[in-house]
Design a binder for this molecule. Sequence first.
Ligand code: BGC
Length: 393
Amino acid sequence: MISLCSKKTAGNSKTVNTADDRVVPAHKKSQKNRNIRTGYLSRSFISLLLICMLVSLSVLVSSGCKDDEADVKPEGPERTDKPVIGLAMDTLVLDRWIRDRDVFVSAANELGAEVIVQNATSDAQEQQNQIRYLINRKVDVLVIISIDADQLVDEVELAHERGISVIAYDRLINNANVDLYVSFDNHEVGRLMASSVLEQIPAGRFALMKGSREDNNVGLVVAGIEQVMAEYPEAQIIAEDYAENWSADDAYAKVRGWLDSGMQPDGIICGNDALAGAALRALAMHKQAGTVLVTGQDADLDACQRIVERSQLMTVYKPIDSLAQIAASAAVSLAAGQAAPANDIINDGSHDVPYYRIMPVTVNAANMNEVIIEAGFHTLKDVYRNIPESERP
Ligand code: BGC
């Protein structure tokens, strides 16, 4: 606990960062040495020590040590020969992100790299601070799951100035010219959601509960939905809104508002499974859970359970293990000064950046075993937990 907090302190304290020889420019180092020789040290050293102790204490109290750590590189200027990767995460609230972190860290460790994990707990400003902290820790590569697609241009530029490669993981960072974007085909995610509901009700009236407006994936998913909707001229989108910061509570309040006002959608296309769960809770209040089509993405365990129980129509399976392994191996290659593989290119608003694109897959009651259970993503026992054994496949 204490060591976690002292690391966090280092991330937020200029004093400690500049005490790291690796980040002090040569001309400042000689100034520092002159100070030591003239005996200036004792007073300033004691003040520095006191400041460090105070800052440590205040960070301990105010942040409660928000960092999530995995195989954390020890504090201090000493370095091993291993490449060090900084993984800046949005959140660990969803199961998928825990899986992303665990697979990424173990794949990187197997390839001989260390990983410093930071969790910004959905706070975009905190993510900027954490990225700057990782840059000051002189990581070799930054892997970022951005909260706000438009807010990290300066951080990526700073990383590049310091010779640190940047991978945009799962979510693109706009106008930042990252070295690699590794993600699923998010446009296809939207196409799969829309096709599923439209195949059921081609002239349906649908509501859209989108994810966070700051997340670049959301626009891509919505574009995919709209592309398929355009092929069904009788279908309509009768309401749409964002779940701010991907908040399920916000989604619940908004879907509840639609239903309370008398809206009767045939389906609610939700940005992910957490939002789908929230929509279903709101529908349950109107005794409509199971009668209105609901979609999601991520193949969360509870969504897979709802699918076999027939309250949720579908989800989208995205092979997280592949994403995390590909990103870890790309990070290690970039750290060694080698090119990272890509199979596509995407424009970030100002630059074409290399893109490693992975295809998502529809999951419904009919293909649950083939897609989810045979892939080992969830077990049959877990998915069918609420289905009597006699009715299981
Ligand atoms: C990801 C989803 C995830 C959502 C909320 C999106 O960018 O594509 O898989 O559910 O963020 O964290």
